[in-house]
Ligand binder design. Structure first.
Ligand SMILES: NC(=O)c1ccc[n+]([C@@H]2O[C@H](COP(=O)([O-])OP(=O)(O)OC[C@H]3O[C@@H](n4cnc5c(N)ncnc54)[C@H](OP(=O)(O)O)[C@@H]3O)[C@@H](O)[C@H]2O)c1
Length: 314
């Protein structure tokens, strides 16, 4: 049997990172040695419990803050020969709100993690991957790396930045047999949304005019909650998609994990002027609210287990 690949995953204290680390570590073919990292080791218990017997065998836990050069160097320096065969840049933070109320410092904080944090990791592993002429860099992007969504301006920009970075890098790295893969989930039911809502509840959105604040609080936020509860995937499902990307002989450059989002992202490419997607999103949110709620309800029905059982009995 070939030596297992060392897979380093960032942001494993919760959500997709935690589920991915566990699925890889419990791989039936034992193809992976997982270095599951998190910035605060006090949060390790949830991962330890989920990993079960894999802990200490195919999964080890290390501290790594993607925003710190020293932390990245310390983590990689602790690995045998600093070897990372597969890097999964999963760590990320969300951000929503009217742009007038967000300080530049706050925007930089989002980019520090979502963009520069991932780039720092790539810079740290790339020289060795190039030297070995093998490796795989997986980046947790988002459908918001392909299509901006209202009131997610800064978060979408950070994911767009990552998409441009990866599109450019992937071409060069093929020369070195190093693959780059972007994974683009839609909404995923993790702590991510909870943290966003906590941030929202703490903010008073200074400098925002009353009409914008009303759109944000009374139109966007309820729609967003509805979208998460209707279209949201489980972190397990997204992790499973990433496991497939990692295990592929020829890894895909892009993977949209939620098929419900394919038509929405296709809109953008169907009309080069961009008018169609801007107007469709505007109409859906502001003019055809009733249609939006109705389609969410229909989707909830169609994707519900009881409907599936009726249509396709076991
Ligand atoms: N949930 C969604 O709807 C969704 C949709 C599309 C894409 N994504 C992307 O998926 C990835 C994972 O998100 P999730 O849904 O699993 O959310 P999550 O449960 O909030 O997980 C985010 C992880 O990133 C970690 N993190 C944040 N800043 C970090 C830093 N400086 N260094 C190291 N780790 C850091 C967090 O650690 P702490 O516990 O210490 O904060 C946590 O472990 C993110 O990149 C996110 O943008 C999420």
């Amino acid at each position: 049997m070939a030596d297992p690949w060392t897979v380093l995953v960032t942001g494993c204290s919760s959500g997709i990172g935690l589920r991915l680390a566990v699925q890889l570590a419990q791989d039936p073919g034992q193809r992976y040695q997982v270095v599951a990292t998190m910035r605060d080791l006090q949060k390790r218990e949830k991962l330890e419990q989920a990993a079960g017997a894999a802990l200490g065998r195919t999964l080890s836990i290390r501290r790594l803050d993607v925003c710190s050069d020293a932390s990245v160097a310390e983590c990689l320096g602790g690995l045998p020969e600093r070897r990372v065969d597969v890097l999964v840049n999963n760590a990320g933070v969300g951000h929503i709100g009217p742009i007038e109320s967000i300080s530049i410092a706050e925007m930089k904080r989002v980019f520090e993690t979502n963009f520069f944090g991932a780039v720092r990791m790539v810079q740290a592993v790339l020289p060795d991957m190039k030297r070995r002429q093998s490796g795989h860099i997986v980046v947790m992007s988002s459908v918001m790396g392909l299509q901006g969504i209202v009131f997610n301006d800064v978060y979408a920009a950070s994911k767009f930045a990552m998409e441009g970075f990866c599109e450019s890098l992937a071409v060069q790295l093929l020369q070195f047999h190093v693959f780059v893969s972007l994974v683009e989930p839609g909404p995923v039911n993790t702590d991510f949304e909870l943290k966003l809502m906590e941030d929202v509840s703490r903010s008073e959105f200074p400098g925002t005019d009353p009409a914008t604040l009303r759109y944000f609080q009374e139109v966007y936020l309820p729609a967003s909650r509805e979208i998460f509860s209707t279209m949201g995937q489980s972190p397990e499902a997204v992790a499973k998609a990433v496991v497939q990307v990692i295990g592929a002989g020829r890894p895909p450059f892009r993977t949209l994990t939620n098929p419900l989002y394919t038509p929405l992202t296709a809109l953008k490419y169907a009309d080069p002027s961009g008018e169609m997607s801007v107007r469709t999103y505007h109409n859906l949110l502001f003019n055809y609210g009733a249609l939006f709620h109705l389609s969410m309800r229909a989707l909830r029905c169609l994707t519900c287990q009881c409907f599936r059982r009726r249509v396709a009995p076991a």
